[in-house]
Structures are given as structure tokens and as C-alpha cells.
Design a protein around this ligand. Structure first.
Ligand code: AMP
Ligand code: MG
Length: 333
């Protein structure tokens, strides 16, 4: 049985936090809201507890987890903190920014997918911070969905994927950002790698660091195995459309995007800006799959900055299109 507890995410009730923290301390799993997406949390320093995360999600065991922390001192026990880390942590955390640093031995190998580095983040959400604080340990937390599915941005999505598989879900309503954190590898301060675009815009990081973030080569790609796997996909096909191109013509399709297509489509969700698009994308996928549309046509936000880069990444991956041509000139891929 999964315990469900509604929680005021801005000002969480202490008794609910202490119940959830008790489960984590005992090696159990709790799903909780963060500002990006819902996380599936376990004690990051307890290898047996972390194994349960992989099992509950069906996640490949070489896909490392992000350790979530609530205070700055703890970080020094977990990883080698260099000057770049200090600058970024002090300036931005709590934030949707994950830093990959050289791991210390205290972090079990299973938590870091066998790598010698670890990914750390301080989430910007009072419930997440209170839970981590009360658990008294870093909390390993990937998104609280079955592996490969759209990340959960509201309670119902977590419940659908995780009910019966974990000890507790904290229901904090809808999240704010809607896509996961930006992950950068800062182990070499002269060559900082963008491993995954996300909630923290690249431009802000580059301005702060006064350098460009680099694309990982094939060697460093191996160092972020998560990027290899199919991700974020609903169980109906995702078809990509760029504004200005011919709109795909499918029976019983649904559409999600910012621009209204020229042809009539009955079932659609239109967002008024890029932030709301990012916030609502995964919930739209889940709604359309629930309502059994034949496919979801999604707008590819071509030249938006900020969260646009992360949103484009999620859209490409959900369509399985990272390495293929996008829907164009009436062809399907
Ligand atoms: P998720 O938990 O699904 O949001 O994914 C976490 C992301 O962080 C994945 O893309 C992982 O590959 C990446 N990640 C976690 N730990 C590391 C690490 N030690 N080195 C590189 N990437 C990591
Ligand atoms: Mg995930």
C-alpha cells in the first residue's frame, strides 16, 4: 500500500514531512514535489535503498542518479568541490542546476551508476528541502515515473506510475518548471560540458562562467549514460511539427504547442509562452494518451532561448528523433 499525503508545498506540514523522512531513513521510497518534476527519493548513501529506486522505475542500473541536498556543508562530504562549483552553488542554488563533480567514496557505486563522479543538486522547493533536511541524508531522486515515460509534473501522473510500488507519495499539486534540471559536468573547470539542457538556461551559466559550455564528445557521452536511453515518451506516437511547415494530416490526432496551426484541429492545447509550454508538455502527453488519440503532434520551438533548449531536447527525445530527420514535407519517420 502506498500512503498518499496531500501537502502544502510552500509551507509543508511538519508531521507529514517527518513521516516521509522516517520512511527514507528506514530505506524506503517516497515521491515528492520539486520545482522541476516529481522526484522518487531514497537515502542516497544506502545502496539497498537506492536499488529499490531502479527496481520501482525499471531503470537501467548504469543510469546514475542525482543526489539532492538541502545544505551547503554536506556537499563537501560527498564530492571534491572546486572553485567553479563554489561560484555556481553560491550564485544559483537552490535551482534547477545539477553539477557533476568528482565523487568521494561515501557515495555508493550504485547511486552513481558505477562512475567516479556524482551529480548533485539543491532543489528550489520548500517541501523537497524540508524532506531532505529531516531525512538527514542526501536523497537520490530521479523523476518519479516508470523508466522511459513522460516525467510526472503533477500528483496524478506520479500516482499512475508509482502507486503500489513505493511507500509514500507527497501530493504537492503541480510543479513550476515542468522539465528536469540542467546537468553540467564541471570536473574540468577549463572545459565545462553541457550533459543535459533543462530548467537553468545555458545563457545565464555562460555569462556567469564567462565561457561557452561544450558539447560532450562520444567519450564523455558515455559518462552520462542517461542520455542514451529513450525518454519522456507517451504510449502514442509523438510527431514533431515546426511552425511554417505543412501541418501533418492524421486522423484523430491531438496537438500541443504555442502557435495555432493553419488547418483545423479539434483537440489541442495551446500555451501562451515558452515557459508554460515547458511546464505543461508532459501533462499534455499523458492527457492525450489517456484520451486515446492516435498520436500527438507537438510544435518544435525553433528559436526560443532560455528554457527553449531544454524543451527542444525533451521533444526530440520523446519522439525518438534525436538522430533522425524530423517530420518534414509530409514524410513520417
Ligand atoms: P534523471 O534522474 O532521470 O533526471 O537523470 C539524471 C541525469 O543526470 C541523467 O542524464 C544522468 O546521466 C545524469 N547524471 C547523473 N549522475 C551523473 C554523473 N555522475 N555523471 C554524469 N551524468 C550524470
Ligand atoms: Mg527521468
Amino acid at each position: 500500500m502506498t500512503i498518499i499525503a496531500k501537502i502544502n508545498k510552500w509551507n509543508p506540514e511538519p508531521e507529514k514531512i517527518s513521516q516521509a523522512a522516517g520512511i527514507i531513513k528506514k530505506g524506503g521510497l517516497v515521491a515528492f514535489p520539486t520545482e522541476t518534476v516529481y522526484g522518487l527519493g531514497a537515502d542516497a548513501l544506502n545502496a539497498e535503498a537506492v536499488k529499490k529506486i531502479y527496481a520501482a522505475k525499471g531503470r537501467p542500473s548504469d543510469n546514475p542518479l542525482i543526489l539532492h541536498v538541502a545544505d551547503f556543508e554536506k556537499i563537501y562530504e560527498l564530492v571534491e568541490v572546486n572553485e567553479t562549483a563554489e561560484i555556481l552553488m553560491k550564485k544559483f542554488w537552490p535551482a534547477p542546476l545539477t553539477l557533476v563533480m568528482k565523487a568521494k567514496n561515501i557515495i555508493p557505486s550504485v547511486t552513481r551508476g558505477g562512475l567516479d563522479t556524482a551529480a548533485i543538486r539543491m532543489p528550489d522547493n520548500p517541501t523537497a528541502l524540508a524532506l531532505i533536511e529531516a531525512a538527514g541524508t542526501p536523497v537520490a531522486a530521479p523523476s518519479a515515473n516508470l523508466s522511459g515515460r513522460p516525467s510526472p509534473t503533477d500528483f496524478e501522473s506520479v500516482f499512475n506510475d508509482m502507486n503500489g510500488r513505493i511507500e509514500m507519495i507527497l501530493d504537492g499539486g503541480e510543479v513550476e518548471v515542468g522539465i528536469e534540471s540542467t546537468v553540467i559536468d564541471i570536473t574540468n573547470p577549463k572545459k565545462i560540458l553541457m550533459l543535459r539542457p533543462g530548467g537553468m538556461p545555458r545563457e545565464i551559466l555562460e555569462e556567469t562562467l564567462k565561457m561557452k559550455l561544450e558539447v560532450p564528445d562520444s567519450q564523455s557521452k558515455k559518462r552520462s549514460p542517461g542520455t542514451r536511453y529513450r525518454h519522456y515518451a507517451p504510449n502514442i506516437p509523438v510527431i514533431i511539427w515546426r511552425c511554417g511547415e505543412k501541418f501533418p494530416d492524421f486522423d484523430n490526432a491531438a496537438y500541443v504547442g504555442i502557435h495555432a496551426p493553419e488547418i483545423k484541429i479539434k483537440n489541442f492545447i495551446l500555451f501562451d509562452d515558452i515557459k508554460n509550454f515547458a511546464r505543461g508538455l508532459f501533462a499534455a502527453f499523458r492527457k492525450f494518451e489517456r484520451e486515446k488519440f492516435s498520436c500527438v503532434i507537438v510544435e518544435y520551438p525553433q528559436d526560443s532561448f532560455g528554457i527553449g533548449e531544454g524543451l527542444r531536447d525533451r521533444i526530440l527525445r520523446s519522439a525518438g528523433a534525436e538522430n533522425k530527420n524530423m517530420y518534414n514535407k509530409g514524410e513520417k519517420f
